[in-house]
Design a protein around this ligand. Structure first.
Ligand code: GLU
Length: 422
């Protein structure tokens, strides 16, 4: 059936998926077509060619992107990802999700995203630094504390943010920390930023579990991805009494129905660069998405739960640590099964929330202790979870549709107040 084939093909394009999610919520809000167009389209998309001298003296040209989806509620905000599959469509989708994410958690930012199509595992540290600096230099007109504030995302980290601060500051002839977030503590970073996304996943999951009457203590959790988001989510959920029964990363997948020792696994995975072979665990032969558990945390990349495997998901709660892990077709299948998806724009918004705190601290020049950062993060995440749950109950919609409705309403409100400049 060609019609269905087209749909399924489209189902794996993150931009088409982000637009479908937006349209469904916009429809429920009865938004006039004009306003819909205004907030759906990205404000600006930039593509740059980045020549880099490699260690062997050869020159390679990489492609970099930065999309500002919206600056209606504040500066464009969002990470930069380094991955071979980075494309304009993907960055555009991720930028739009950032707009909705910042609005759901109610921080004064718009949405943006950047990326470079590259395989960082195959670049030396020097090559990575030169590539990063070239990207930052080329885009330094866009970036700025008041205009566009990048952060880490897939395969980027605090060191890369430090190089961006330095490059931008050299161009500006003064040190400017607030131009990026997710920096090392010594370079204007915030306490608690590294753990913030995982901590936010914990807070949201706890709120949703409370709502459906499923105790987090004792719940069996499977985690896909053991990077910054997956590993911290697993650790904090285990500390809250949940049982981490399966973990997968690029090295392989492991499980132990009795529960893995997450503290030991963190150490093991750091030493061995992966979870595979963790003593006492068994290798997992079936896909982790289909693992028998109560809570599934997809914390890797987009399109992991699709029309092909959604029916085999056994978890009751899916906590989206990654951006875009569930396709719209899969969403329908999960809803029909009664599974509760905590959507990415709510579930992983803890990272950008502490990025906001980092930006505030940079601008004040006053730094908060980690307890204070975590307490503020909890307030924002609990409030956002409550707003989304209330919307879902009021309109009888999924948490994803509810989160989009909350976010779109907040953006539209500001557009209406500011008006359109003609
Ligand atoms: N890359 C993270 C995200 O997707 C964090 C973005 C930020 O802190 O600006 O939410």
């Amino acid at each position: 059936m060609p019609a269905e084939g087209t749909n399924i093909q489209k189902d794996l394009n993150p931009l088409a998926n982000a637009e479908r999610q937006f349209d469904e919520a916009a429809e429920r809000l009865n938004l006039p077509q004009g306003i819909r167009e205004v907030i759906k389209r990205p404000r600006r998309a930039t593509i740059v060619s980045l020549p880099v001298v490699m260690d062997d003296g050869s020159v390679r040209v990489f492609t970099g992107y930065r999309v500002q989806h919206s600056i209606v509620r504040g500066p464009a905000k969002g990470g930069i990802r380094y991955h071979p599959d980075v494309s304009l469509d993907e960055v555009e989708a991720l930028a739009a999700w950032m707009t909705w994410k910042c609005a759901v958690v109610n921080i004064p930012f718009g949405g943006g995203k950047g990326g470079i199509a590259c395989d960082p595992d195959r670049l030396s540290k020097g090559e990575l630094e030169r590539l990063t600096r070239r990207y930052a230099a080329d885009l330094s007109d866009l970036f700025g504390p008041e205009s566009d504030v990048p952060a880490p995302d897939v395969n980027t980290n605090a060191q890369i943010m430090a190089w961006i601060v330095d490059t931008y500051s050299m161009h500006e002839r003064r040190t400017e920390y607030a131009v990026v977030t997710g920096k090392p503590l010594e370079v204007g970073g915030s306490a608690g930023r590294r753990e913030a996304t995982g901590r936010g996943v914990l807070f949201c999951t706890r709120e949703v579990c409370r709502h459906i009457g499923m105790p987090l203590a004792g719940a069996r959790v499977a985690v896909q991805g053991f990077g910054n988001v997956g590993s911290v989510s697993a650790d904090l959920m285990a500390r809250s009494g949940a049982k981490i029964v399966a973990v997968a990363d690029v090295s392989g997948a492991i499980h132990d129905p009795k529960g893995l020792d997450v503290t030991a696994l963190l150490r093991y995975a750091a030493d061995r660069r992966g979870v595979q072979g963790f003593p006492g665990s068994q290798p997992l032969k079936t896909p982790i998405i289909e693992y028998d558990c109560d809570i599934l945390v997809p914390a890797a990349l987009e399109n992991q739960i699709t029309h092909e495997n959604a029916d085999r998901v056994r978890a009751r709660v899916i906590a989206e640590g990654a951006n875009g892990p569930t396709t719209p077709e899969a969403d329908k299948i999960l809803a029909a099964k009664g599974a509760m998806v905590i959507p990415d724009i709510l579930c992983n918004s803890g990272g950008v929330t502490v990025s906001y705190f980092e930006w505030v601290q940079n601008r004040m020049g006053l730094y908060w202790p980690e307890d204070e950062v975590n307490a503020r993060l909890e307030q924002y995440m609990v409030q956002a979870s409550k707003d989304v749950l209330a919307k879902a109950v009021e309109h009888g919609v999924s948490l994803r549709v509810a989160a989009f409705m909350v976010a779109i309403e907040r953006v539209v409100k500001v557009i209406m107040l500011r008006g359109l400049y003609a």
